[in-house]
Design a protein around this ligand. Structure first.
Ligand code: FAD
Ligand code: DLZ
Ligand code: SF4
Length: 470
């Protein structure tokens, strides 16, 4: 009798030890289910990218001799939830054991734990073999401490994994953090590399979603997905980032521009979050390029990039598992307003929001500062209900999975956690947006004015926020 192994849509890890075992030992199952397409209204490109990536991964496993049950969204016997499909598979086949990898989301973790209580064969939960840290490492690291400081966790990670370190235990460049060098406004004379857009045909899935009545948000151009949906595309994107974008990544990390939506950002988050790439291989490739081409790739870029992945990404995951499920309900400022309707259309006279939201709806992508200092900044100053903000972010971005989205949105961006993730609310007036972008140049409003018809709404909202929360 064989083992039945579940692979979730964000567990497409080719390097998992399951796949170095003999194929005949187990059968695998992947499933497209309404419980996942419908828990929030996702961007259409996000659902298409997940399904395309899952289908490609399943086909690759099959080509390598593994037995894979792939349940399509419209399969007659699809019960539309992980648990019910597993129960049905167990009833119609003889399995000796059920195994699954640690889900990254609390919701799915709880569902699968409950499932294992209800089935009559033994079950086991295994590591997804993706992250640098376990779910509880961060809690252990900060045990007894009042506040969770990302920087101290990051330094610990650098030392523990010997990344960008000198033999004497000091950081390369004699500084841990080049954050202050990562805040340059974009120089119009700079050459910006072309964006890598893949042409993944999603027509079949677009039709499937319409037929199945799946509610989505956002746009899809020509039914193609520009995001990487396979291991080979993910590796190509990583290579392109290192060769073309890395050296200016750090300098322009916080810059924003109407014509250059990605600037020097990697767009690797989807590949990382569905585990087509591992954080270790991404960091290793970046550091190797730095070591080989010393002088042409700046340390500030390499350090800044490494910090995002072994610092912020692992930190957010640790906070998630430390604080959930209560975290999802936090609302420190008791903000209750509904988000304006134009969050779903991009139709506003505020040029920065028109571009940042419009780009999110068109591409299912915006870079960090657009998410934090334009869209999130507005939502916080406006007093939007954090749950509503969180649902918007969870739906709209290609890389949005709750474990990394909720801590960024409720914590870093909305300060709804009262300071667990960040030390202060990230708010600014128009001054910051004007400094870091060209948005204000084409705007109906005047970034310098605080009152009057043409006054930028960010200014009055900013001072109002300070008065309200004095
Ligand atoms: P790059 O700028 O090229 O950075 C490289 C990688 O570093 C990213 O791919 C990502 O894996 C990691 N990274 C960078 N910043 C963070 C961060 N703050 N937290 C965790 N990882 C980080 N990231 C997600 O992966 N999923 C989300 O749902 C998500 N929601 C966000 C919501 C808000 C309100 C904010 C402010 C940030 C959010 N982020 C999220 C973090 C960050 O904005 C994205 O990871 C990044 O924009 C993805 O684009 P990129 O791959 O081009 O990133
Ligand atoms: C995001 C997503 C979507 C839209 N659909 C599916 C799906 O049909 N099947 C699946 O296995 N995974 C999907 N996912 C990703 C899951 O939501 C994610 O794997 C879990 O929440 C665990 O983090
Ligand atoms: Fe945004 Fe204000 Fe600048 Fe217009 S003037 S782009 S609303 S910050």
């Amino acid at each position: 009798m064989k083992v039945l192994r579940l692979i979730l849509g964000d567990q497409l890890n080719h390097a998992h030890s399951w796949f170095s075992q003999e194929p005949h030992l187990a059968e695998y199952v992947l499933m497209e289910v309404k419980s996942e397409t419908d828990y929030v209204a996702h961007h259409i490109q996000k659902v298409c990218a997940f399904f395309l990536a899952m289908r490609t991964f399943a086909a690759e496993l099959q080509a390598n001799g593994f037995t894979v049950h792939y349940i399509n969204l419209d399969d007659q016997n699809n019960k539309q939830s992980f648990s019910e499909n597993i129960i049905a598979l167990l009833a119609s086949n003889q399995y000796s054991k059920f195994e699954y990898q640690e889900p990254d989301e609390y919701r799915v973790d709880a569902e699968l734990k409950a499932l294992c209580q209800n089935i009559s064969i033994p079950s086991e939960i295994l590591s997804s073999e993706h992250f640098f840290t376990s779910r509880t490492d961060l809690s252990q690291f900060f045990k007894g401490k009042k506040t969770l400081i990302m920087e101290s966790f990051y330094r610990h990670m650098r030392k523990k994994h010997n990344l960008l370190m000198q033999a004497n235990g000091e950081p390369i460049g004699d500084r841990w953090n080049f954050d202050s060098e990562n805040r340059k406004a974009f120089n119009e004379k700079e050459r910006v590399p072309a964006v890598t857009n893949f042409q993944n045909d999603a027509s079949e899935i677009v039709t499937l979603l319409a037929e199945q009545g799946v509610k989505t948000i956002g746009n899809i151009n020509g039914n193609t997905i520009p995001h990487p949906i396979s291991r080979s595309q993910s590796i190509a994107l990583l290579k392109y980032f290192i060769e073309e974008q890395l050296t200016l990544f750090g300098k322009y990390e916080d810059a924003m521009h109407t014509e250059h939506k990605q600037l020097f950002h990697s767009r690797l988050s989807f590949s990382l979050n569905v585990k087509l790439l591992s954080p270790a291989e991404v960091i290793d490739a970046v550091i190797e390029a730095y070591n080989k081409q010393s002088g042409t790739i700046s340390l500030e870029s390499v350090e800044g990039f490494v910090r995002q992945i072994i610092g912020w990404r692992e930190f957010m995951r640790g906070v998630y598992w430390k604080e959930m499920p209560d975290y999802a309900q936090l609302n420190f400022f008791n903000h209750q307003r509904a988000l304006p309707k134009w969050f779903w259309t991009g139709e506003t006279k505020m040029n920065c929001l028109k571009h940042a939201i419009g780009q999110s709806l068109d591409l299912a992508y915006a870079h960090h500062i657009q998410r934090l200092m334009v869209i999130g900044n507005f939502a916080l100053l406006f007093g939007a209900n954090p749950r509503e903000v969180e649902n918007w972010y969870l739906g709209v971005y290609i890389d949005a999975l709750e474990w990394v989205e909720i801590t960024n949105t409720l914590g870093m961006s909305q300060f709804a956690d009262g300071g667990i993730v960040g030390t202060k609310p990230y708010v600014s007036s128009a001054n910051y947006i004007n400094k870091m972008s060209n948005y204000c140049k084409g705007c109906h409003y005047n970034h310098k004015e605080r009152v009057g018809e043409k006054a930028c709404p960010f200014n009055s909202l900013y001072w109002n926020f300070h008065l309200q929360h004095e």
